[in-house]
Design a protein around this ligand. Structure first.
Ligand code: KG4
Ligand code: ZN
Length: 343
């Protein structure tokens, strides 16, 4: 089937055309087009995403992004529309959801709502098609941090989440404290390359809490206090790179430790890593090293950060596995994530 995926949950207007099939329980995906219109320039001067501005940009960008996605895919016949309906910024989710409703009605084809976190969860399969199960997935984005167990396709259980800030949010906030700009993740990892990860001993919150919950707000505050202390002494040069490297190391240590604990406990045959923070090369490399022989499945960078292909692929998977009675009338944008098993 040919699926159109629409993603507008935050500051990327993204539409993709993906061909998907399911044979003997094995999915196969082929990306025909994957267009992303980034709003970084719009939000940069505010140091973060302004929801209403983002929604306005989506409304402007959706029609040309759709045209480009269809053109690049050589005007395919679409069988299904998949759209991210939750979680995210509600004014933004509304634009994508209503765009999908309109297309579904106009083209007379079904539409399915996709949970943005489920789309991140299954994004490692887009290029890999299938991975050994059971799997443990670490999803690290700007809004969420969670460890999920996948027993079968569509049978996924959240083992734990962050109790406060998400990992990506911590990267963004620390970048802001260090005047590294927005978005913070790539800026921190770039600065960290030139820094010493052992220069500052930042805490590893909840690392040994014995569960799969995370907390990043204490780490963020520890970085703030370190910066404030340093400012009193005015060191020249200010150790921006060392702070970035030490913070990054602390965040990564916690993420890796919990993922490894879950993989061991549940005897995972593969570990999946996804979400925007999965673009972090140190996280990818360190996690694989810690896991040893257990395969780590990570999407390429363009499929780690928000994109329409993960929405199309996950919508297709959900459709093929559950055959829901879904049409445009039932599509609703929502704020909370569900991540409930489909089967
Ligand atoms: O999944 P995503 O694109 O959007 C959400 O669903 O939130 O994730 C965005 C997050 C941002 O916080 C961004 O700073 C972070 O991913 N990020 C990174 C890197 N690239 C993006 N964090 C660490 N290192 C990176 N290289
Ligand atoms: Zn995301």
């Amino acid at each position: 089937m040919i699926v159109l995926g629409i993603e507008t949950s935050c500051d990327e207007t993204a539409i993709s055309v993906v061909e998907a099939s399911l044979t003997d329980g094995k999915p196969l995906f082929d990306i025909h087009s994957n267009i992303v219109a980034s709003q970084i320039d719009v939000h940069k001067k505010f140091g973060g995403v302004v929801p209403n501005l983002a929604a306005r940009e989506h409304v402007t960008n959706l029609p040309p992004v759709l045209q480009e996605a269809l053109k690049k895919a050589k005007a395919p016949t679409i069988d299904l529309i998949a759209v991210a309906t939750a979680p995210g910024l509600i004014p933004c989710l509304l634009t994508g959801t209503h765009f999908a409703r309109t297309l579904s009605w106009r083209w007379g084809i079904p539409a399915i709502g996709v949970d943005h976190m489920e789309a991140h969860l299954y994004s490692p399969l887009i290029e890999k098609n299938m991975a050994p199960l059971p799997a443990i997935a670490l999803i690290v984005s700007g809004g969420h941090t969670m460890i999920v167990r996948v027993d079968a396709l569509g049978d996924h259980t959240v083992l734990g989440e962050t109790v406060d800030d998400a990992a990506g949010e911590a990267f963004d906030k620390v970048a802001r404290m260090l005047d590294l700009g927005y978005p913070g993740g790539p800026a921190i990892s770039k600065a960290a390359e030139k820094g010493n990860p052992h220069a500052f001993q930042f805490p590893r919150p909840m690392k040994d809490s014995g569960d799969y919950r995370f907390s990043f707000s204490g780490l963020k505050t520890a970085v703030l206090y370190a910066i404030q202390d340093l400012e009193k002494n005015r060191p020249d040069p200010f150790p921006v790179n060392d702070i970035a490297a030490s913070f990054q190391q602390a965040a990564i240590d916690v993420l890796i430790s919990k993922t490894k604990q879950a993989a061991t406990k549940y005897n995972a045959k593969s570990v999946w890593l996804s979400g925007g923070v999965a673009a972090n090369t140190l996280l990818r490399a360190s996690l694989q090293k810690t896991l040893g022989d257990t395969p780590l499945i990570v999407p390429s960078i363009s499929l780690s950060t928000d994109n329409g292909a993960m929405i199309a692929a996950t919508g297709a998977l959900k459709w093929m596995l559950t055959k829901p009675a879904s049409n445009w009338r039932t599509l609703q944008a929502a704020t909370l994530h569900h991540l409930k098993p489909w089967i």
